[in-house]
Design a protein around this ligand. Structure first.
Ligand SMILES: Nc1nc2c(ncn2[C@@H]2O[C@H](COP(=O)(O)OP(=O)(O)OP(=O)(O)O)[C@@H](O)[C@H]2O)c(=O)[nH]1
Length: 367
């Protein structure tokens, strides 16, 4: 019997040989679904043997984590050291089984964890223990920095992107707008809110057959591809993560070349050795992380701007704010007084469900 890796290779080469047209779309749909299932299998620990089933071995700290990926010698270590400079005690962490070396950077009052994702490109292909652990860590990062050497940025970029894609990581992309509901009977019902230019019904049927789904409502609300549909079926093993390309070593190129680099989307040209443009990199990081700073204001005193409570944008209600300060604050909560962009009147009295904006100022009034 062939291994999962061999099966994946076989399918990939068959797909490469097969032209896409009306007659082959059913077969290609089948192959794509098979491939997606095999890749998931490869990355899912089977339990026993201690190979990768042990879960996390990185102590998570901070409100957000940024994973670093790069080929050898692109200057990844230099950049990480530059960013975590003030917190070099992180290097003294002693976990022998650690997949990654955690460091930390403080930005806008937020503690952000820096994670090295070593060998994710080379080692992860076979889905063996260590590589699999690194991928598992990568999938939980809130942001990934792909560090590239400006002397060969585009080739390396493609290779790394393809690898991440293969692990189920979708970069700078939102989950496809497809609502999938499995049913007990009634067959497959497909509705689309707009013309579908990439998908035909044969392909969808093939994929459903491969997943042994005979009845479902599929509501497609974007010009989806078959890969998008598979991503929805495989939602549990997909991670949608923003990426910034750190184009390093710009000290070694000309201004003209630098101009070209600025056209690459989501990229930030830097020199980690000279510390050039690191500010812009951090600013981009901040924007991509979508964090919100909430300042506390003790009654009758000025707000404390030095130590914001930092929250994630998807969990940024007054209730989340209370929980972030202390578990029991909610128990005596009467209302909150808010100044800032989330309220019409300055200040305004709000309840627990009110959603806060970046840089709001909040006082909690107790019963
Ligand atoms: N010209 C230039 N060289 C750099 C820059 N950053 C790093 N380097 C050099 O590139 C080489 C590799 O740097 P590292 O930081 O060790 O690279 P790495 O990506 O961590 O490499 P590995 O440890 O092999 O994974 C070193 O010789 C650095 O001095 C830069 O901004 N400009």
């Amino acid at each position: 019997m062939s291994t999962t890796i061999e099966k994946i290779k076989e399918i990939e080469s068959e797909m490469a040989r097969t032209q896409k047209n009306k007659n082959t779309s059913y077969h290609l749909g089948q192959l794509k679904a098979k491939l997606a299932k095999l890749k998931r299998e490869l990355l899912t620990p089977t339990g026993g043997g201690g190979g990768g089933g042990s879960g996390f071995d990185v102590a998570r700290t901070g409100v957000a984590s940024v994973g670093f990926i790069g080929f050898p010698s692109v200057g990844k270590s230099t950049l990480m050291n530059k960013l975590t400079g003030q917190h070099s005690e992180a290097a003294a962490y002693e976990f022998t089984t650690l997949t990654t070396v955690p460091g930390q950077v403080m930005y806008n009052g937020a503690k952000i964890q820096i994670l090295d994702l070593p060998g994710i490109i080379e080692g992860a292909k076979d889905g063996k223990g260590r590589g699999r652990q690194v991928i598992a860590v990568a999938k939980t990062c809130n942001l990934i920095f792909i560090v590239l050497d400006v002397n060969k940025p585009l080739v390396d970029k493609r290779v790394i992107e393809n690898e991440l894609e293969g692990f189920g990581i979708r970069i700078n992309k939102k989950p496809p707008n497809i609502v999938f509901k499995k049913k007990d009977k009634g067959g497959i019902a497909i509705t689309a809110t707009q013309p579908l230019t990439h998908i035909d019904h044969d392909e969808i049927k093939a994929v459903m057959g491969e997943y042994r789904i005979s009845s479902a409502d599929i509501s497609i609300r974007c010009d989806a591809t078959i890969d998008d549909l598979i991503d929805v079926l495989e939602a549990r093993s997909r991670s949608y993560i923003p990426v910034i390309y750190a184009l390093n070593k710009i000290d070694a190129i000309s201004i003209q070349e630098l101009d070209l680099l600025y056209r690459i989307p989501d990229a930030c040209p830097i020199s980690s050795e000279h510390g050039w443009n690191i500010d812009e990199l951090l600013e981009m990081m901040w924007k991509k992380l979508k964090l919100r700073r909430i300042y506390t204001k003790p009654k009758g005193r000025a707000p404390d701007y030095t130590a914001p409570v930092v929250l994630r944008s998807y969990a940024c209600t007054v209730e989340n704010f209370c929980d972030a300060i202390h578990r029991t604050i909610k128990d005596d909560f009467k209302h909150a007084i808010v100044y800032g962009r989330s309220v019409k009147h300055q200040p305004q009295r709000v309840g627990l469900s009110h959603e806060l904006a970046d840089e709001d100022i909040v006082s909690i009034v107790k019963r």
